[in-house]
Design a protein around this ligand. Structure first.
Ligand code: PEP
Ligand code: MN
Length: 355
């Protein structure tokens, strides 16, 4: 990796910002200089080729924009990053000395495209960030990482940008935090940054999503910014001015993963022991619950009754919502938790039925 980019790549937190799309030379240069003026940005992003859901939307300025990014780098000293989706994009980006490449969510889902990019990068020493696929499939995400590792890339990072789902939700792309957390478990030493812009799809939630990712020990942020957000040619609703971005950064609280302070460590260890104790008890109770499910399974089998009774299931959920609410548990948790418990019960009963 080139020396100039090594220190930026290894910086924590790594902060990337810039417009969703490069639109004009003036827009790229002035976004870059206003971002640089905040002193809080490590790398400049801009989409050059844009994967748009519907035809007829702005599909990116194309290769021409790469020379604007090069100029922005010369003027501000900020290294640059762009999204690549084909071998041609890779070649062009390398030609214009882009420092870091990223693979977009719509590309990570497609192993043909990821392989094409990987093949174009064989023997090239450049850092690559891989966004999660648009659907919540961790194997696709790690599959893309593996394809890049296989061609010899040494510096790979991950970007969490949320997962799309049907219908309106609070977020444009649901964060499903447990999924990036699982990726962090699989790749403990790999850079993982959060992209609150594409998770939120609006400006109001940016700060809180960024703060959650910091609290979960993510290694950095990618946030979109634009000199005139309302009139941006893509993703207008979620972009903020460089100055507003600066305010957001000022309000974030950066926490560290570990400290050697003895009192803190002792208190944390004690609480963790208590949690282990509670987990043991929960597992014990769960074992007992499944033994009861086995008994019910035997009873249903002997009386020729189906395993599933929808009414009973609704009754269990209703009870759990009420009780959970009193205990400060969210409905989402109750649904997730009881789904897993229910599935295990059904598997137990199924086994009994077919014995
Ligand atoms: C982007 O970063 O502008 C982009 C297209 O993101 P994603 O691939 O996450 O949708
Ligand atoms: Mn965008």
């Amino acid at each position: 990796m080139k020396e100039a980019i090594t220190s930026v790549w290894n910086k924590r937190p790594l902060i990337i910002s810039g417009p969703c799309s490069a639109e004009t030379e003036e827009q790229v240069l002035s976004t870059a200089s206003r971002l640089a003026a905040t002193g809080k940005i490590d790398m400049l992003r801009a989409g050059i080729w844009k994967p748009r859901t519907k035809p007829g939307m702005f599909e990116g300025i194309g290769t021409e924009g790469l020379s604007w990014l090069k100029k922005a780098k010369e003027e501000t000293g900020l290294p640059t990053t762009v999204e690549v989706a084909t071998a041609k994009h890779v070649q062009d980006a390398l030609k214009y000395e882009v420092d870091v490449l990223w693979i977009g969510a719509r590309t990570t889902v497609n192993p043909f495209s990821v392989q094409e990019i990987a093949d174009a990068l064989r023997g090239v020493d450049i850092p690559v960030l891989v966004k999660n696929p648009i659907n919540p499939d961790l194997e696709l995400w790690s599959g893309a990482i593996e394809r890049l590792e296989k061609v010899g890339l040494q510096n790979i990072g991950m970007i969490h940008r949320g997962f799309s789902s049907y219908g309106n939700t609070e977020y444009r792309n649901a964060p499903m935090w447990h999924l990036p957390i699982e990726m962090k478990r699989r790749y403990p030493d790999m850079l993982l940054i959060c992209d609150p812009s594409h998770i939120c799809g609006n400006r109001t939630l940016l700060q809180s999503v960024a703060q959650i990712s910091i609290d979960l020990d993510f290694g950095g942020l990618m946030l979109e910014s634009h000199i005139d957000p309302d009139n941006a040619w893509s993703d207008a609703k979620q972009q903020v001015t460089p100055e507003r971005l600066n305010e957001i950064f000022e309000s974030l609280i950066w926490r560290i993963e570990n400290t050697s302070e003895q009192d803190f460590i002792t208190a944390l260890t004690r609480l963790r022991e208590q949690i282990n104790q509670v987990d043991d008890e929960l597992l014990l109770l769960m074992g007992q619950r499944m033994k009861l499910a086995d008994k019910i399974g035997e009873y249903k089998r002997d009386n020729n009754i189906t395993i599933l009774q929808t009414n009973r299931w609704n009754e269990i959920l209703e009870r759990a919502y009420k009780k959970g609410e009193q205990l400060g548990l969210s409905k989402e948790f109750i649904v997730r938790y009881f789904d897993a418990v229910h599935m295990e019960s059904i598997n137990h009963q199924n086994k009994i039925m077919n014995e």
